[in-house]
Design a protein around this ligand. Sequence first.
Ligand SMILES: [Mg+2]
Length: 416
Amino acid sequence: MSREQLDRATSLPELGSDDTGCAVLHVDMDAFFAAVELRDRPELIGRPVIIGRSNGRGVVVSATYEARAAGVHSAMPMGRAMRSCPNAVIIEPSRGKYTEASAQVMTILNEVSAKVDAVSIDEAFLDVSGALRTFGSPAVIAAHIRARMAAELRLPCSVGVAAVTMVAKIASTLAKPDGMLVVPVADTVAFLHSLPVGRLWGVGQKSVRALDSIGVTTVAELASIPQARLAHTIGKSAAARLQALAAGQELRPIAGPTAEKSISSERTFDVDLDPHDPVDAGKLETAVRAECETVAARLRQAHLTASTVTVKVRFEDFRTLDRSHTLAAPVDSSHLVAAAAKPLLTQALARGQHVRLVGVRCSGLAPADSTGHQLTFDDAAEAKSTAEVVMDEVVARFGPQAVRRASLIKGNQENS
Ligand SMILES: [Mg+2]
């Protein structure tokens, strides 16, 4: 069933306005890549715009709602999209821009809640149960997020507010574009039952056809059929899972930051680097330092500290070596992560082989406020940490290009 068919098939029950207990928010940016491009080209607002290769190859990665009205959708072959909407403006995708905007989006979300689960470049689940006292009720928090995205990033988003993740995600989709939808706890089952089965997680076209063959087309029908009968058609575990989803049970709890086991970042070089060559050796060191900065910034963004730093090196023959060091006190600052990483890189490079990839991983994660981290370090270290916090703020506001350490000058498809 296509998205359009699903939308037509959906006629919602009347929903109340009580958001008590609706601690799950699903925030989804609207036509994200296209919206990011329109920030640079505001003259195109209100016009059909397609993000994709202008030579007609590949698929649509994003399209404005004006282009969608002409039948264009994400993942459609570009040739077909350009024929469906011949007057659309075509913009070549520029990945770096979207990654940067995504980091800005996630920064705002992380400021609202400590429990943010980014599920793709432009969408995330938030557990706001710990943010109620600071910001207000879940619906107020959703409105606050939408206002900040609009005012600070000039990017529209839609927010679903519900008691469980799947319902919040369905709600944000139904709220699009530029809207929000609250599904009160008391209305959750009625809401789910009003939907076609294809809306449930894990029900693809094949399952829709299989369910249709036993007379199940809506979630209400799915909920009322005996589980044994359902199991006969789609298997025992799928039957149990779908009926649990249909009953509004939470099957995908939001992973908080403490559930994260490690944070890592790596880069592959265009050309393998020779550690015996002084220029290449410098490039390796700079690359590892850059990865340390990335990882440390993500630690701080998630309000985490790490106690173990690992450097990963992949050689020209694709063999990979990890070297780890566990620190006396947990850290979240770039220079402390880098200080730990530097000797690890030296150890790893002792093999003398050419290097394809380097990476840095921080593990042994703990919430930043629980560890009293960095209290034992000297003033210089404190000062550097403060500088890094300021840098994170600048990056959050103006993007990573705005700030680079002097030593560090270095050279898909979205969901709707
Ligand atoms: Mg989206």
